[in-house]
Design a protein around this ligand. Structure first.
Ligand SMILES: Cc1cc2nc3c(=O)[nH]c(=O)nc-3n(C[C@H](O)[C@H](O)[C@H](O)COP(=O)(O)O)c2cc1C
Length: 415
């Protein structure tokens, strides 16, 4: 058993999971999903729509889940006990996999004409959907609009993945595999360690204008900062992200301020910093900017030109020096002497933690989807092996949350 399964098992032990299966080709994958969830200690009940039963039999799900499958809203036997309300109350989480375009439309429209939609409407449990459909159906404006409506109601969307489709098309619309679904479902049960905590992050590069068409910048893609912002959101925090120029997607539940230069980033951070509990400075802020920005494009006349640079404000140092400062986490992206530079930064800026990572490797760091890190605090060092930035972000948020909570406890004891 791998580490993921060990982790997930704690989250699923004795949890009641209601699986809704709708009428798509991917319905067969949900049989494996039931098996994985059962293996990890969950109680699983299944609702199948009428169409779903054309793809996989109810008997299959009954055998694998160990429970009778629910197929009808107007089932006299079950309805004697208000079956749909009973199921709605029973569920700790509802997952619809696969979720057809049709079922998404019904849910978005608040319909309750079949057992599955009626249960979703009647339940207070978190709901997750794993959409699966032809790529054109997925990208259709109608489906995308329904998706936005569902997201705005805090319904979790797992996937879809891109790739070869059953109909021969290639594109987005494949249902996630059972293992990935299980991991994502586990996150619904994770304790929300940062519930009620306000987190602000900076991410991405800054651009320091030379003239109206040129600027100085760096290779930061923003991927690490955006991943941490989403991990903080998943951990229950309310998140504000101040982002330099990058074209990454961001959840609607994150308050996003877009900026270009270091000066603009500083101004955006200062606006709300007094309301913030944890500040995480991931942005690769340019250390210097041109002293003056030319009003017109510099012409190519001289053989050499000299650009005079002046130091930019140090945003993290400014935040860390505030009287009522938030818990401050810095990033040190270095190409040499990683530990020494990171520890110097931790001390000189009086940070609570610093995340050090090497950015001279082509397979991790800037622009890559992978990263490794060493995190230093005043009295601890934690190593994180190379992994995807998404996974690393979740682990970093876990560590930051535990240090922050400990700090708060110590402060309370002294008061
Ligand atoms: C062979 C076949 C495969 C289908 N696959 C999908 C699919 O993968 N995703 C989807 O959204 N609809 C798919 N459909 C269409 C749905 O089955 C149809 O919209 C149905 O009304 C969905 O009902 P339900 O959402 O109540 O299960 C497929 C239809 C057929 C005939």
């Amino acid at each position: 058993m791998n580490l993921l399964n060990c982790d997930a098992m704690n989250f699923f032990h004795n949890k009641n999971i209601l699986l809704g299966v709708t009428g798509g080709i991917a319905a067969y994958k949900s049989v494996t999903l039931v098996r994985r969830l059962k293996d990890q200690g969950a109680n699983v009940q299944v609702i199948m729509t009428e169409s779903a039963q054309e793809f996989v039999t109810a008997l299959t799900f009954q055998a694998i889940s160990g429970n009778p499958v629910h197929t009808s809203l107007l089932d006299p036997q079950a309805e004697a006990a208000m079956g749909h309300i009973e199921l709605a109350r029973w569920a700790d989480a509802i997952v619809i996999a696969p979720a057809t375009a049709n079922s998404m439309a019904r849910l978005a429209g608040g319909e309750a004409g079949d057992l599955l939609t009626a249960v979703c409407l009647a339940s207070k449990a978190p709901v997750a959907l794993a959409p699966a459909m032809n790529q054109a159906m997925w990208s259709n404006q109608a489906t995308q609009k329904n998706l936005q409506i569902l997201k705005s109601r805090n319904i979790e969307i797992f996937g879809p993945a891109a790739g070869q489709q059953a109909c021969g098309d290639v594109g987005e619309g494949r249902m996630l595999e059972a293992e990935e679904m299980t991991e994502k479902l586990a996150s619904l049960f994770k304790q929300k360690t940062l519930s009620g905590i306000r987190v602000m992050l900076t991410a991405g590069p800054t651009r320091e204008a030379i003239d109206p068409v040129r600027y100085i910048s760096n290779h930061s893609s923003g991927k690490m900062g955006y991943a941490i912002a989403h991990a903080a959101l998943e951990a229950g925090a309310s998140v504000e992200l101040v982002s330099g120029p990058c074209s990454l997607e961001v959840s609607e539940r994150i308050q996003l301020s877009r900026v270009e230069s270091a000066a603009q980033m500083l101004a955006a951070v200062q606006r709300n910093i007094n309301e913030i509990d944890i500040f995480i400075a991931v942005a690769a802020v340019a250390d210097y900017r041109p002293r003056a920005i030319e009003g017109q494009k510099i012409k190519k006349h001289a053989d050499t030109i000299t650009l005079e640079l002046v130091k930019n404000p140090d945003i993290l140092a400014m935040v860390a020096s505030l009287q009522n400062r938030p818990f401050c986490v810095g990033f040190a992206a270095e190409t040499e002497n990683l530990e020494q530079y990171a520890k110097q930064k931790l001390e000189s800026k009086q940070l609570d933690m610093i995340v050090a990572n090497r950015v001279d490797k082509s397979d991790s760091g800037f622009n890559s989807d992978y990263n490794s890190a060493t995190v230093f605090s005043a009295n601890s060092t934690t190593e994180f092996e190379k992994s995807t930035k998404t996974r690393l972000a979740t682990e970093l948020i876990g560590l930051i949350a535990s240090h922050y909570i400990n700090d708060e406890k110590i402060t309370e004891q002294h008061e």
